[in-house]
Design a protein around this ligand. Structure first.
Ligand code: 6CS
Ligand code: FE
Length: 305
C-alpha cells in the first residue's frame, strides 16, 4: 500500500504496519515571551516536553466553585440518557460528560478564563475556539483506564483536524495521586506522529470513549518513544493544579482501584486557523457534542464581557 505523505502528512489506521513520522508543525506558534504570569522557563519546558504542570494556577475560591459545579453536574446526569454522558464500561458509573458549556455556565466561563485562554492563544499563535470539552470523572474503585494514545491521531483521523495546532488544558478537581489513576505522559512524544494499524469501525466513538482499541500505538512504538524520553511522567497534584499538553502528546491513565475519585475537567483549544475538515477514510463526522464543527465561536476572555 503506497502512502503519499504529500497528500496525507499524518497517515494512520488502514496502515500495513506502524509508522513513526516527524512532526511538521511548530509546538509554539508564537516566539514571543508569553503571558507575564508564566514562570520564566515555562514555554521552553512546554516546547521540549509537550506538557506543562502549573500548581495552584487557580485560586481556592475558583476551585471550590468548580468542585461544587462538578458535584451538581454528576447529580444532574446520574440517571440521564444524554448522549453527552459516557458511562464506565461494565457499570453505570459516570466516566465522562462532554460539551460542558452547553450544560454549565460555570464551565463555559472556565473555558474563557484569562490564564487558560491566554496560554492557548499564545501557544497556538491565534484566537481559539473549543474543539471539545469534557469532565473525566474517574470514580473510585470503578474508574477504568484510558490506554495510551495521541489525541491528535483521533482528532485528525476521526474529526478531520488538519494540523497539530491544538492543545488541551486539564484542571485537576480532586487530588491526583499515584493511587487514583493520574495521567501518564511520555515526555517529548509530541514531536513524533505515531501512525497506527487497524481500521476504524463506524460510530467508533460509541465504544472508543469507554475503551479505545483503534488509534492506539503499537507496543514497539510506545517502547521506542518511552526509551527516547528516558521514562514516563505522571501528572500529580492537588485540586487547582493545571496541566497544559500538546494535542499530539502520548498519554494515558490506569484504572482507579483506590476509593478516591480522580476528577479532571478538560478544555481543548483549537486554533481558529485549524478548523475541522472531512474525517479520514471516508468516516462520518463525529457528533457535535464530541467534536465541534458548528459551535466554533471565537472565545473571548472573561474580562471582555
Ligand atoms: O476521542 C476523543 O476525542 C477523546 N478520546 C480520548 C481517549 N482522549 C481525547 C478525547 O477525549
Ligand atoms: Fe486523550
Amino acid at each position: 500500500m503506497m502512502v503519499s505523505l504529500t497528500r496525507e502528512p499524518y497517515p494512520s489506521r488502514e496502515l500495513p504496519e506502524p509508522m513513526l513520522l516527524r512532526r511538521r508543525e511548530p509546538v509554539l506558534w508564537n516566539d514571543g515571551p508569553g503571558p507575564d504570569w508564566l514562570p520564566p522557563d515555562a514555554l521552553e519546558r512546554y516546547e521540549q516536553d509537550g506538557f506543562l504542570v502549573l500548581p495552584a494556577l487557580l485560586t481556592a475560591e475558583e476551585v471550590a466553585l468548580l468542585q461544587r459545579e462538578m458535584t451538581a453536574l454528576l447529580e444532574r446526569f446520574a440517571g440521564s440518557d444524554s448522549a453527552s454522558l459516557i458511562r464506565e464500561p461494565g457499570s453505570d458509573a459516570v466516566r465522562s460528560i462532554f460539551a460542558l458549556p452547553a450544560v454549565s455556565e460555570v464551565f463555559a466561563r472556565l473555558a474563557r478564563h484569562p490564564k487558560l485562554l491566554g496560554f492557548a492563544e499564545h501557544v497556538l499563535g491565534s484566537q481559539a475556539y473549543l474543539h471539545q470539552s469534557r469532565l473525566n470523572y474517574k470514580p473510585g474503585l470503578a474508574g477504568k483506564e484510558f490506554y495510551w494514545h495521541s489525541d491528535f491521531e483521533t482528532w485528525h483521523v476521526e474529526d478531520g483536524m488538519p494540523a497539530m495546532r491544538a492543545l488541551s488544558c486539564s484542571v485537576l478537581l480532586t487530588e491526583n495521586t499515584e493511587f487514583n489513576g493520574p495521567l501518564f505522559v511520555i515526555p517529548g512524544s509530541h514531536r513524533t506522529y505515531v501512525g497506527c494499524v487497524g481500521s476504524t469501525p463506524e460510530d467508533n466513538y460509541k465504544s472508543s470513549l469507554m475503551t479505545q482499541t483503534v488509534g492506539t500505538p503499537a507496543p514497539e512504538s510506545l517502547s521506542l518513544l518511552a526509551d527516547q524520553a528516558g521514562g514516563l511522567a505522571a501528572v500529580k497534584g492537588p485540586p487547582g493544579t493545571v496541566l497544559f499538553f500538546d494535542s499530539n502528546l502520548l498519554h494515558g491513565s490506569t484504572g482507579n482501584i483506590s476509593p478516591y475519585a480522580r476528577a479532571n475537567v478538560f478544555m481543548v483549544y483549537n486554533s481558529v486557523e485549524n478548523r475541522l475538515g472531512p474525517p479520514q477514510h471516508g468516516l462520518r463526522p463525529r457528533p457535535e457534542h464530541i467534536a465541534h464543527r458548528r459551535q466554533v465561536e471565537v472565545l473571548r476572555h472573561l474580562h471582555e464581557g
